[in-house]
Every structure is written in C-alpha cells, then in structure tokens.
Design a protein around this ligand. Structure first.
Ligand code: NDP
Length: 453
C-alpha cells in the first residue's frame, strides 16, 4: 500500500467509524486508481476521489408500522444519494436485518462505478431498511412498504433518484412502494424500476442480473477460446440473481451443482435441471420456503446447514470450473478462495455485490484466473433498469428479444472496457483494475466539467 492510499484510508476510517464494508469497498477502488491519479494530476487537484467517497446526501428516517397482532414496530429507513455527476441517482433498496449505514454506503459507492460502466446516464445511490420481510404476511409487508414510501417519496423522482430492488425487495415490494408513491403524488411516473409488466416494467428486468453475470463469464471465457458448454458451476444464493444465473447457465449447456440460502446449501451432483429450477422458483418466490426443502424433494441432493463456528463455507469446496457467488457480501473469504482454486475453479463471475474479501480477491488476481468483479459482472441488472427508464420516458415497451440483445451488447461493452482499460494501465487481465478505472474516468471527467459542487 502506498503512502497516498494509507493516508487516504486512515482519513476514511476516522471519518466513517464502524463501517468496515465501506472501508473495504473504498480501499479496493483507491488501490486501483493510484496509477490514474499519477497520470492525471488534475483529478488530484480537484480532489475528485475525496469527493466521490463522500455521499452527496444521506437520508435516514423512522419507519413505523403495525404488525398483524396490532403491535407497533419501528424500523430505520435509509437512502444514500452518492453521486449524480452522470445522471439521476440509481440503485436498489435492500430490506434485510443486517442493513446499516456502512453497508448501504459501500453498495452506493460501488454503484457509482458500476452505473458508469453500463454506458447509460445513471448516477449512483442505494437504500433500504433493517426490516426483515422473512416470515411476515403480505399485509405486514404492504404496511411496511407504505410507511417507508411515506418518507422516501419526498426525495425521489424520475429525474432525481430512481430506486430498484435488491435483497428482500422483489416484485411484491416494488408494487406496494409504487402504489404508495402514486397515491401520495397523484402521479404515474417511472420512479422505481423492476415494476410489473402491466404498469411500466421492462421485459427481462427480473432475469437481467443473473443473465448478465453469465454473459460476462462467457465473454471472459471467449478470451481463452473457451465457452460455458459442459462446465460445472457453483452458484450461491437462491433468490433473484441465483435463479436466473442457473437458468442462463442451463441455456448455455453448463451444469449447476449448488444453491444456498442464509440457513445452508444444497449440493446436487447430478445437476440442477429445469424441473428442479422450477421447483426452486416456486419454493422461493411463491411459498417463500427454505432451500433445505430441495434435499427433501430430491433425495440425491445433500443439504448442509450453515456452521457459524466454521472458518469457511463448504459450498465453495466442491470440484467445479466456475463459481457465481449470488447471495451477499463477503461470502468468499481467503480460505474459500483457496478452496475454489484447489478444486479447479478458474472462472468467477460475481452476481452478488462484493462477495469476495480483499484477501480472496488478491488470491484470484495472483493466480491469474478469469475473475469478473461485481461492478462489472452484475451490472446487467442496473443496465436493464436503465432500459426500463428509457422505455418509460418513451411510453413504449420493447420486446424480450430487443431488451435481451441490448443487455448482451452492454455486457460485451463492459467486458471490452475492462480488458482495454486494464491493458492501458499496465495490468492486462486484471478485471478489477479495468472496472474500477473504466468506471471512474467518466464520472471524474464529468465532475471536472461541472465545477466544485
Ligand atoms: P434476493 O433477496 O432475491 O436473494 C438473496 C439470496 O441470498 C437469498 O437466497 C438469501 O437467503 C441469500 N442471503 C441473503 N443474505 C444472506 C446472508 N447474510 N448470508 C447468506 N445468504 C444470504 O436478492 P438478490 O438475488 O436480488 O440479491 C443477491 C445479491 O445480488 C446481493 O448481493 C445483491 O446486492 C446483488 N445484486 C442484485 C441485483 C438485482 O437486480 N436484484 C443487481 C446487482 C446485484 P435468505 O432467503 O435465507 O435470506
């Protein structure tokens, strides 16, 4: 670590105490950007990096609601409006008990670079609440969403800030949030993405993050004249991103052997075929059950519960070629990374945000495997959100093929940006540097153009 990175990180840690995920995200980016700052003293003079690290605005609010037993509940709501240099703030809402300011700041920070890479005009933001939708009735989720939007509506708008879904926020939640916004504003406008098809949503938006992560892996493999056909893949999570990652992997002839949730994971040596995937989708999206039930239905599969005392996650300790972490941050630590390498994994495409610790990332980079970091690999979701905004502005909807083609073109373009930028800055094959630098330059130049604001 250079003196510059060291002193910047000391300042970031002092100013943002108890936000380890935010420190981690900043450190990874700052390390990548050193060579850019050396080449462009104007960025340093205008304190571009110091300004990008500081959110333009943080909104924190009380979300009171009443449960089915008539008891008053109080949660905390957040919206981080991180950077609007290249477009309205854009990024998802996460409802999960682990949500806090530091986690949302890391996600909003990552989003700035990711959105820039998509080539679409979107700034970066993120929000959410420590509300846990698990085990809540639909009526409770609706009352919570209505209370959350009763404050958030003041801060968002189609040209200001356009949230979307993330962990714990899917079609059901977006519907309740949209309904409340429309009632409060008396206005039907595209203030959220991930909407239902009947009321302004885009085809392929639910599939986009998972499909995009697979398209990105295919692009990386193509650089070595290889493809996903016949590859064995480990996938974590079993939510939106994981489900559509599996679907696209099956389309491209790969075999998937794992899925997980926060209670444990299943290993199915025979592979998760389309029928089994349909079971998972019904289990998770309709019945809202646990992945353990997969092993109760398909007896050849083995279920392993989470072992909180273990220093690694055995999901990552199976023979495979590719891994698609699609659950949550820091789900691959250094030991997991070593296990993946020992098991022959040479392609990693991150569907989740920051799923690998810094030590794990360094191990992948040292080994020179095809490692696609989240900012690049999972940008398909926000890219199709951008396409949903474009369709809303036109009051017109594209076909499935049209949106899917655009998604593929965008993932190709992100891949090219990563490869050419990594090469230009002297680290060929390093997708982390490629993504961080490629995303940064467009935002930095826009900030220079717009003065000290
Ligand atoms: P979902 O809520 O649909 O699914 C999340 C999955 O991850 C569930 O299986 C969940 O299990 C599991 N999970 C969540 N938290 C933890 C945890 N702390 N430990 C272990 N497992 C956990 O969310 P998404 O699929 O939308 O999001 C998954 C990841 O992808 C996140 O990192 C998100 O930020 C990222 N992402 C999502 C995008 C999108 O378009 N949806 C876009 C870009 C990135 P359980 O049900 O038990 O909680």
């Amino acid at each position: 670590m250079s003196e510059y990175v060291k002193s910047l990180m000391t300042e970031v840690k002092a100013k943002n105490p108890s936000q380890p995920e935010f420190h981690q995200a900043v450190e990874e980016v700052v390390e990548s950007l050193e060579s850019v700052l050396d080449k462009h003293p104007e960025y340093r003079a205008a304190k571009i990096l110091e300004r990008i690290i500081e959110p333009e605005r943080v909104i924190m609010f009380r979300v009171p609601w009443v449960n089915d037993q008539g008891e008053v509940q109080v949660n905390r709501g957040f919206r981080i409006e991180m950077n609007s240099a290249i477009g309205p703030y854009k990024g998802g809402l996460r409802f999960h008990p682990s949500v806090n300011l530091g986690i949302l700041k890391f996600l909003a920070f990552e989003q700035v670079f990711k959105n820039s890479l998509t080539t679409l005009p979107m700034g970066g933001g993120k929000g959410g609440s420590d509300f846990d939708p698990k085990g809540k009735s639909d009526a409770e989720v609706m009352r919570f969403c209505q209370s959350f939007m009763s404050e958030l509506f003041r801060h968002i708008g189609p040209n200001t800030d356009v949230p979307a879904g993330d962990i714990g926020v899917g079609g059901r939640e977006i519907g309740f949030l949209f309904g409340q916004y429309k009632k409060l504003r008396n206005e039907f406008s595209g203030i959220l993405t991930g909407k239902g098809l009947n009321w302004g949503g885009s085809l392929i938006r639910p599939e986009a993050t998972g499909y995009g992560a697979v398209y990105f892996a295919a692009e990386m493999l193509a650089t070595r004249n290889d493809s996903l056909e016949g590859k064995t893949c480990l996938v974590s999570g079993s939510g939106n991103v994981a489900q559509y990652t599996v679907e696209k992997l099956l389309d491209l002839g790969a075999k998937v052997t794992t899925l997980s949730d926060s209670s444990g994971y299943i290993y199915d040596e025979e592979g998760i075929d389309r029928e089994k995937l349909a079971f998972v989708m019904e289990l998770k999206n309709v019945r809202r059950g646990r992945i353990k039930e997969y092993a109760e239905k398909y007896l050849n599969a083995v279920y392993t519960p989470v072992d909180a005392s273990s220093d690694h996650n055995s999901l990552w300790d199976h023979k495979a070629d590719c891994a698609f972490p699609s659950a949550t941050q820091n789900e691959i630590n250094e030991k997991d990374a070593q296990n993946l390498l020992n098991n022959g994994v040479f392609v990693i495409s991150e569907g989740a945000n920051m799923p690998t610790t810094l030590e794990g990332v360094n191990l992948f980079l040292d080994k020179g495997i095809l490692y696609g970091p989240a900012k690049a690999a999972n940008a398909g979701g926000v890219a199709v959100s951008g396409l949903e905004m474009a369709q809303n502005s036109m009051r017109y909807g594209w076909t499935r093929e049209e949106v899917d083609n655009r998604l593929q073109l965008i993932m190709k373009s992100i891949h090219t940006t990563c490869v050419t930028t990594a090469e230009k800055y002297g680290t060929p094959g390093n997708y982390v540097n490629g993504a961080n630098i490629g995303g940064f330059i467009k935002v930095a130049d826009s900030m220079l153009d717009q003065g000290i604001v």
